[in-house]
Ligand binder design. Sequence first.
Ligand SMILES: [Zn+2]
Length: 383
Amino acid sequence: MEYKDAYAEIMRMYDKDRIECFHERNRRRDAAYAEIPELEGVDGEIASFAIKAAKYILEHQGDTTSEGIALALLKQRHEEVLKERAELLQKCTLGPNCLDPVYKCPKCQDTGFIENQKCACFQARMIKLNYSSSNLENILQKENFDTFNLKLFSELPFDPNPKPKPDPDPKLDPDPKSKPDPKSKPEPKPNPNEGKDSDLADPSGKKAEDKHLKVPPRKNMKSMYNRCKSFVENFGKGTGDKNLFIHGKAGLGKTFLCSCIAKAILDKEYVVIYNTAPALFDMLSDVRFGKNLERVPPNLRSDMETCDLLILDDLGSEMVTTATNSDLFAILNERLRMNKSTVISSNLNPQEMQAIYTDRIVSRIWGNYARLELYGPDLRYRK
Ligand SMILES: [Zn+2]
């Protein structure tokens, strides 16, 4: 969406909000008047004060003393009536503030501006419009914590490196290790204490492999799902995981988890930017080379750095260059510095991350992100 279209769309939203606010206020006013009829008379009197004041000034023109006396009396009556009104409202079952307008944003009273400066709610709407395409909204309707189906995940232990089938003729088998060994079979009943240290898995992958054999994908997924839910519940409270790195091979539900988180945090009215890594780096490259600027949000870089939650889906599927490495580091680093949460999903395992990203990116992620590993059979190939 082009900036001027987004701007017009946002101004329409504010118009709509103010109209809604006005109708809602009238509705509550009518209900309050029905409950306490004296309120209507008091409000009528308050509304008449300005006219009365103007009238007194005209009537007593040139006679400053009597004008002053009249206005002082009017002021005194005005104060009495306001007091009376407040007392009546105390009795109202709708609450003492029921006649005040309820703005979505009290700071700018749903105008989007405070003294000619854009309100924070304006920036938030601009980001939402620029990054939450209607397409994403559709996805979020379908992919959220309520539609998550744990039963899709296998209850059986998962062997990431299944041994080749034994050769029909054992004499021709040069590697005795490939023979089926009943002792090496994973235990069907997993230890309930396993899988609690998923983010502490060592980069060598050995511990991870052990875990795959002991904790079936469904049980692992349940624990990752709960981790994502608690991330959402703790969001903005300064407790729990601040950043998540969700990794595992394709077709295991990483994007689904990202969608669940995006939807839940958007529902909490936070500013969320959700992008796939290729889309993000394409846009950053457009900004660098001054191309397709009409399609790029005008404050892309600062939006990425300042939004409440940045979700970077499928990191590693972009074309990695020195420029993307430098952009990625700058964004992740700035978000850490500003204590902003980030969720990254990736097909890459820790060793692969180390191979394609600079050390400083990898160390930022390992040092500051809870690691959630998904594994199991590819869900796209099962019914
Ligand atoms: Zn505002």
